[in-house]
Ligand binder design. Sequence first.
Ligand code: ARG
Length: 600
Amino acid sequence: MFSVIQPLRNRQPKIMSSLIQQMRSRFETALTDAFGETVSGTDPLIVNSSNPKFGDYQCNVAMSLTKRLKSNPRQIASTIIEHLQIDDICSPPEIAGPGFINLRLKSEYLETQLNAKLTDPRLGIAPNGNPQNVIVDFSSPNIAKEMHVGHLRSTIIGDCIARILEFEGHQVLRLNHVGDWGTQFGMLITYLQEKYPSALTTADVLDIGDLVEFYRQAKKRFDEDEEFKEASRDQVVRLQSGSEDSRRAWELLCDQSRREFQQIYDRLDIKLTERGESFYNPMLAEVVADLEASGLLVEDQGAKCVFLEGFTNKEGDPLPLIVQKSNGGYNYATTDLAAVRHRINTEGATRLIYVTDAGQANHFAQVWQVARRVRWIPDGVDVVHVPFGLVKGEDGKKLKTRSGETVRLRDLLDEAVKRAQEDLETRLQQEGRAESPEFVHHVAEVVGIDAVKYADLSQNRTSDYIFSFDKMLSLQGNTAPYMLYAYVRIQGISRKGSIDFEQVGDRASIHLQDPSELTLAKHLLQLHEVIDTVAQELLPNRLCQYLFELSQKFNQFYDRCPVLKADECDRASRLALCHLTAETLRLGLSLLGISVLDRM
Ligand code: ARG
């Protein structure tokens, strides 16, 4: 075995902030040293350079200070540079144009940083020094209804956000706010009592497909038949007042759905704590009572509501948020009021993240407005909605099956895996490779699931996207297979040269010569700031874009620079670069919830 690099796993991580963060604090110091307290707290406006010709980063602060300092920006820039201590990181800064300060990283700095990463399982990314209690509310399908692509988006995006925050060192509670309460159970139980009573007393007689179909029929009856409607409402009351057989029926129905959801979660490798709407049911009366005591509650045509600020009807009158209907029933909003209060007061969360389709933006804005007005959301607690757009078919309309029905998630995942397998078999044939059926199945399952996840995460979540199996499974472009292939390529180098990346010894030192090595090195150092950005902006596509560019930059390096055939010294350095790229890809993809393959 060839041995150059120490194993990544057993050494101590170093505490360091991201490169851009380090530069920011150098500039902050320089700014106060140069101009005193007048500029304290000023953001130094450090960004990635728009063009590598000018450097790697640039500081744009000088232009923003001209008024305050009554001086011209080039003068300000030059005064900043006089006070700036950054020569361990960059070559001497240069002033350009109206007063940009251009910064170019030194190769020695890059080399030291990369060598340090090689010995750290977290790749030099220290946990956040200020960990928070975060709740991510995601997935949240509805019992007795099919889990649809919207829930798939929420599941994939929510899981990714949770993984990133966990990696940053935050305490994350992943909550599945399942729709397991409410009028749908009244209809369903009433309907089943008539058509299929055994389903209400015995486990396992239905599967979710039946349940969804029964729900559809029950809903139809509810809308058409007054008597049925009445009976359903009575049933809801019985359930809410704790009648034993209603309760038992409800539990059976929930179990049925739960098992089906769990299969999807297992397949997607998603961990969630179920805490459905029913959990908050015992708190709802108190929520209403407390709103009443606060003086916000108004009775309007028998319903209890809070009039909203900034939400009006066509006539310009304020809209009400109804928290208790005239018949005494509670709403989706009441449950979310109880939930926000519980999450902050009882769970002690300081950041609440809700991942749902963009259509629920108003719902959350209204609930939180009321919660703020009664001080259930104190200052300093961050409550955010993470909205996402629709999944559309290739015809640009809502995704449907050929026969016009909602696509079942199970079918969608099966189809992705089936197509991944077909692609793989064609490729194996072209390459004249023989592989075992186990290999083929495993690779197809991983590629299929990864492709679905990556296709979703790589879009800016706020826009709608077109679901295309062909695109997501392509080996070209910003896709999971492209990324997996880059990783496989690197593992191929280790196989070909009989190099155990984990075992390679400790004389490794990366030295950077070829421009493609420098470009790759700089990109490798940016993972930290990208993760910080995603943790803040909650946009997973930023991480996808980073990894896509990393794969491209690696491929450029690999096309230009021989690795196994290089002389001894270059070979060790380049192997280390390959290894670091693979580890960066693996870590980055794992934060997206995407697993890698050694061969494909
Ligand atoms: N069950 C809801 C739906 O299917 C999503 C719930 C989101 N979370 C919440 N706390 N409201 O649309």
